[in-house]
Design a protein around this ligand. Structure first.
Ligand SMILES: *[C@@H]1O[C@H](CO)[C@@H](O)[C@H](O)[C@H]1NC(C)=O
Length: 466
């Protein structure tokens, strides 16, 4: 589902920064008061359908089921159907949370993923969406939109559908003012623009404009609700952590043979594209578009959503050997610090959350090529969701971390991989690439479907143990 790029060659040539007038930027210094995850006053609401899936498992032991069933994972609103029609839907989830809220003094925190942009997931084929810029539906076999959607130069029909999706989410959320609601906004979208614009056939300028306008709209509308806070997706260190983001004061902080130049580790010539800076410029442009009030409702940034990049605690080792490729963000603690420094240099000061659902075994992948694998990696559950991050905070130079959370539900597939027990309508190359290795789970069901063997694997290899 989610891209993990470690290629040195994905250098976009079109600068998004030029889309914005630099002199009108509002720079985000305003901080909201509260951490929506603060467990002294809040409780992460547990998705009852996750509990049901766990309890119905044929692979987990009774003991494992009891320990797993009450752990919270985010809810993906990846279609309009998932807002209030499907069961479970965001509506049924919020209804259950509102019921629970009546029985406890702590505020219930519900995390959902706002995920339905036009031409969604332009670099991939496992998690394409339902909205095309042309207004037509995607091809059911390939998941792709028609050519007009990618090259037509405008997206008014697709954006109208996205506005309708967003409006429906907002008017639903309005009914639950006593819940603490967290929106994780559009995983992969803006990172794709930083590295894949002009590099992947569907990551075109038309798609880029649609993403920027869509995310701008989502933030503006969600910001109207005082009980909703937002985190924007910022990929992970294996994607946007390449050099140019690593602050340093001396050469030795840049790996052997690399120089510290003007406060940043030097880049080799082929890495001068400054993807991370490009990404931050996109965020700045969007914050400028939405204005000061709305951008102050963006509490922070979310990393590693649905990915497997190690957290970096307690083990800080460079298992993916990223340093040899000029990436100093070989785990998420390092990545949050690097991005935080770059954001602050650009006048943006926010908080951080990171997905630890499935990154418990940092050595599950062992070089940059393996670490590009994002589909059904045989890892283990990572840290349990918590706002007690004092041990992590001590490792961080400047980033302020609100919580670690489970953004992707462990046990749900990243994408289909065929096999005797499994037929697939669509197969992303990555979901088959490492089937003959020890670290990819094959066969596997369609993206989002429960995989009862995978959950047992993740639980058996959990760190800390369940
Ligand atoms: C927070 O976590 C630390 C270990 O990282 C632990 O020692 C402490 O007791 C925890 N605090 C609470 C309130 O749970």
């Amino acid at each position: 589902m989610l891209r993990h790029l470690v290629s040195l060659s994905t250098i976009a040539t079109i600068s998004l920064a030029s889309m914005y007038s630099q002199d009108q930027l509002f720079l985000g210094q305003v901080q909201q008061s509260g951490n929506p995850f603060d467990e002294s006053t809040h409780e992460l609401f547990v998705n009852p359908w996750f509990s049901q899936e766990v309890l119905a498992s044929k692979t987990l032991t009774d003991d494992q089921k009891q320990k797993l069933k009450d752990i919270s994972a985010a809810f993906w609103v990846d279609t309009e159907y998932a807002i209030s029609t499907r069961v479970p839907s965001l509506k049924t989830l919020l209804d259950k949370a509102a019921e629970k809220a009546k029985t406890t003094s702590k505020k219930q925190t519900v995390v959902f993923i706002h995920y339905n942009l036009p031409n969604r997931d332009c670099a991939a084929s496992a998690s394409n969406g339902e909205i095309c810029c042309s207004g037509n539906a995607p091809d059911p076999n390939s998941g792709s939109c028609d050519d007009q959607s990618y090259t037509g130069g405008e997206c008014s029909k697709g954006l109208a559908k996205y506005h309708s999706y967003t409006d429906k989410v907002v008017s639903l959320l309005e009914n639950y003012p006593d819940l603490e609601i967290v929106a994780l906004v559009e995983p992969d979208s803006l990172p794709n623009l930083a590295t894949n614009l002009g590099q992947k056939p569907h990551c075109t300028q038309t798609t880029a404009d649609a993403y920027v306008q869509g995310v701008t709209y989502a933030i503006s509308q969600l910001a109207k609700l005082p009980h909703v806070s937002m985190y924007l997706d910022v990929a992970h260190g294996g994607w946007l952590g390449w050099c140019g983001t690593h602050p340093c004061s001396q050469d030795t902080e840049c790996g052997s043979g690399n120089m510290c130049l003007r406060g940043t580790c030097e880049c080799p010539p082929e890495q001068q594209s400054q993807n991370a800076q490009k990404f931050v410029s996109t965020i700045k442009g969007i914050f400028n578009n939405v204005g000061q009030d709305a951008q102050s409702r963006v509490r922070g940034f979310a990393t590693n959503t649905a990915n497997y990049q190690p957290l970096g605690y307690p083990d800080d080792n460079d298992h993916c050997q990223l340093k040899s490729q000029w990436n100093f963000a070989w785990n998420e603690l390092r990545y949050m610090d690097q991005m935080d420094a770059l954001m602050k240099k650009n006048g943006i000061s926010k908080h951080w959350i990171t997905d630890t659902g499935r990154n418990g075994v940092p050595e599950s992948r062992s070089d940059a090529n393996q670490c590009a694998q994002w589909c059904n990696v045989k890892s283990g559950l990572g840290l349990r969701p918590t706002s007690n991050v004092s041990a992590l905070q001590q490792q961080l130079r400047s980033a302020q971390i609100d919580a670690v959370i489970w953004s992707k539900t462990p046990g749900e597939s990243d994408g289909c991989s065929p096999g005797s027990s499994q037929k697939c309508t669509r197969v992303d190359y990555m979901c088959q690439r490492d089937c003959n290795s020890q670290f990819q789970k094959c066969p596997a069901p369609e993206a989002g479907q429960w995989d009862d063997d995978m959950i047992r694997y993740l639980v058996d290899h959990a760190r800390p143990s369940l």
